[in-house]
Structures are given as C-alpha cells and as structure tokens.
Design a protein around this ligand. Structure first.
Ligand code: SF4
Ligand code: SF4
Length: 56
C-alpha cells in the first residue's frame, strides 16, 4: 500500500525533497502523495516531525 499523508501534516515541506520518486507535492492545506508513484520506501515518514505519512 502506498503511503498517505494524514491531517496531522503541518506543511513544513521536509518530506518533499526526500522522496526518491518525487511523489510528494504541496496540496490544499497539507502535502499529498501520488499513490501511483509511491514505492513505499518510508523516507517521508522518517523525516516528518509529526508522523503524518502513514501506510493504510
Ligand atoms: Fe516517496 Fe517513499 Fe514517501 Fe512513497 S514512501 S511518498 S516513495 S518518500
Ligand atoms: Fe507534512 Fe510531514 Fe511532509 Fe512536513 S514532513 S510536509 S508535516 S507530511
């Protein structure tokens, strides 16, 4: 399952540059992951200060 960014996201932008496949972009009120591009590496979850990227 691809990672998704939940509502805890504070739009800090830290995850965007960490994604090896550029699947993360700023969205409406929070950042968002392109589920079709995500390779489930977990890098975004590793850098997020609030634990917003989760695997459902
Ligand atoms: Fe990108 Fe990896 Fe996060 Fe998926 S899990 S959005 S590939 S950093
Ligand atoms: Fe949101 Fe976490 Fe990414 Fe920051 S690192 S933009 S809080 S998901």
């Amino acid at each position: 399952m691809a990672y998704v960014i939940n509502d805890d996201c504070i739009s800090c932008g830290a995850c965007e540059g960490e994604c090896p496949v550029n699947a993360i972009a700023e969205g409406d009120g929070k950042y968002a992951i392109d589920a079709d591009a995500c390779i489930e590496c977990g890098a975004c979850a590793g850098v997020c200060p609030v634990g917003a990227p989760v695997q459902e």
